[in-house]
Design a protein around this ligand. Structure first.
Ligand SMILES: [Zn+2]
Length: 275
């Protein structure tokens, strides 16, 4: 899934390799997919995009936003954009393709589920999009401990686990079930840990681990479990993922475990992460 570091990396790659290109054609839902959504009005997509020039790209939480003059194209969740430098390499199956006039293209083959948005700037107001755009990113200065604690206080009242706190309700846009595993590992909290039991000291540590982990993931071009615009794995080595499960914990040597929780896989060290 596209989480903060992948979106950050791909938006940067788009700025370097796509700016200046002009769209000659788009193809929508060439291969049908049950869990592919579009933001915007389907019947306007061709008119909005054809002839437009790529002018920039940004990242908001887990969302990548490609800018084409006044038009915006977003990619989120499993809608990974992939670049093809030559029409001979264009994929046969895809749910969205944007072909440029220099015979290159961006294509999306959805993994699990995902969304592509195509709209005039300022005309789309889906909650997920607006939340991702407006909430402070862990990468910027507005993401202070005071802000983090405010979000924590707002989540009080009912029982919230550490995984649910970081990864649901869009409290922290771009932090999903991948990114949060390493944050919790470094913070010493089990994904099932009840956030109501967390001390001030633990909360501060969680805040620091969140910022440090996200920054490192972005600096290293995303996680090694995900691929970038060119189909290359990120160089951030995950501590907890399918790549490390059942190997010894780097901190204590005990075998890393996995389980199912809140509709996804969790990874953890029973010794280093408290329940
Ligand atoms: Zn351990």
């Amino acid at each position: 899934m596209l989480e903060i570091a992948e979106s950050y990396t791909i938006a940067e790659q788009m700025r370097k390799s796509l700016v200046g290109k002009i769209v000659s054609e788009i193809v929508v839902l060439h291969s049908p997919h049950k869990f592919m959504w579009f933001w915007g009005e389907r019947e306007t997509f061709e008119e909005l995009l054809e002839g437009k020039q790529v002018t920039g790209a940004k990242q908001y939480g887990g969302i990548i936003e490609l800018e084409l003059e006044t038009v915006r194209v977003t990619f989120s969740d499993g809608a990974y954009p992939r670049y093809y430098d030559n029409s001979k390499k264009f994929p046969k199956k895809h749910q969205f393709m944007m072909i440029f006039d220099d015979d290159t293209a961006i294509s999306v083959s959805v993994q699990m589920y995902g969304a592509v948005g195509i709209f005039e700037e300022g005309t789309y107001d889906g909650d997920y999009y607006i939340g991702s755009k407006e909430k402070p990113s862990p990468l910027d200065d507005r993401f202070t401990y005071a802000y983090f604690k405010q979000i924590y206080n707002q989540s009080g009242g009912k029982k919230v686990s550490a995984k649910a706190f970081l990864g649901t309700q869009q409290r922290f846009p771009g932090i999903g079930n991948g990114t949060l595993q390493d944050i919790l590992y470094h913070a010493g909290l089990h994904p099932k840990c009840d956030m109501a039991t967390v001390s001030e000291e633990e909360l501060k540590k969680l805040y620091t681990c969140l910022r440090d982990t996200v920054k490192e993931m972005c600096q290293k071009g995303g996680r090694d479990t995900e691929k970038d615009l060119f189909g290359v794995e990120g160089t951030y080595q995950t501590w907890l993922s399918k790549k490390t499960v059942w190997t010894p914990c780097p901190q204590c040597g005990y075998e890393l475990h996995k389980g199912s929780y809140l509709g996804g896989t969790i990874y953890y060290c029973e010794h280093c992460q408290r329940m």
